[in-house]
Design a protein around this ligand. Structure first.
Ligand code: UDP
Length: 242
């Protein structure tokens, strides 16, 4: 068994990550790979909570751009995250991993409703908990939901899995000369307007001293290394630690 620095983690997975190489929806290979990445640390007793996005299916802002009422579109976006959460649960269970979905919007025929104490109890009993439907409120994002749930359940770290291996001073896809930060402060993320997470999510983590780690979930074993305390991407830290 590896030695872990963190015993309880909140992992944020974007909806887009579930698309794989597809243009829309869920590529079944992705949940399977995620299950294989998460299973060994879960078997070692690390408590894993997941917040999943919905951008592979619907984003409220897209609806608003097409003339739709923003709140209505956001409700659709939140329902999209439930579809993703159910897909992940199905895959995790097929891999022998105990898992519960808890939705911020009540739909008890489909999954549990989010109750903070109950979520913590699931984690203590060794179940993976997937938080669905974001915060349950329009005008927010699943990054903010991840920051909120991480604080609520007392996670020691918020890990944001992305397609890029950390935080750069410019978009490395369009700016090949961009340099990666090993660590960066919350204030700098906000001041430089680096699109790591939206400002609400970053500010919530800052206010509550929640460390954020950003890394590329596409590398095998990266989740275990991150939990062991290796800096596998970029860590967002307090000013006084910089
Ligand atoms: N959403 C919302 N409130 C929340 C979380 C999400 O209204 O607390 C909606 C919003 O429309 C958002 C969509 O759900 O665009 C999907 O979430 P997000 O864009 O954060 O997903 P990701 O980018 O991680 O795939």
């Amino acid at each position: 068994m590896s030695t872990y620095k963190y015993q309880r983690v909140l992992l944020k997975l974007s909806g887009e990550a579930l698309m794989g190489d597809q243009a829309f929806g869920i590529d079944p290979k992705v949940p399977q790979r995620l299950a294989e990445e998460i299973k060994p640390v879960w078997e070692d007793g690390v408590q894993v909570a997941v917040v999943v996005g919905g951008g592979n299916i619907f984003r409220g802002i897209q609806g608003a751009a097409a003339g739709m009422d923003r709140a209505q579109g956001d409700n659709m976006g939140m329902l999209a995250t439930v579809i993703n959460a159910l897909s992940l649960q199905d895959c995790f269970e097929r891999n022998g991993m105990d898992c519960r979905v808890m939705s911020a919007i009540e739909m008890h025929q489909v999954c549990e409703t989010y109750i903070r104490r109950r979520a913590i109890r699931h984690l203590e009993k060794g179940r993976i908990v997937i938080f669905a439907a974001g915060t349950g409120n329009p005008y927010f994002t699943t990054d903010t939901a991840a920051a909120l749930r991480a604080c609520e359940i007392g996670a020691e770290v918020l890990m944001k899995a992305t397609k890029v291996d950390g935080i750069y001073d410019a978009d490395p896809v369009t700016h090949p000369e961009a340099t990666k930060f090993d660590t960066i402060t919350y204030k700098e993320v906000l001041a430089r307007d680096l699109k790591v997470m939206d400002a609400t999510a970053t500010a919530l983590c800052h206010d509550n001293k929640m460390p954020i780690m950003v890394f590329d979930m596409g590398q095998n074993g990266v989740f275990m290394s991150a939990l062991a305390g290796e800096n596998v991407g970029t860590t967002v830290i307090e000013e006084d630690q910089a």
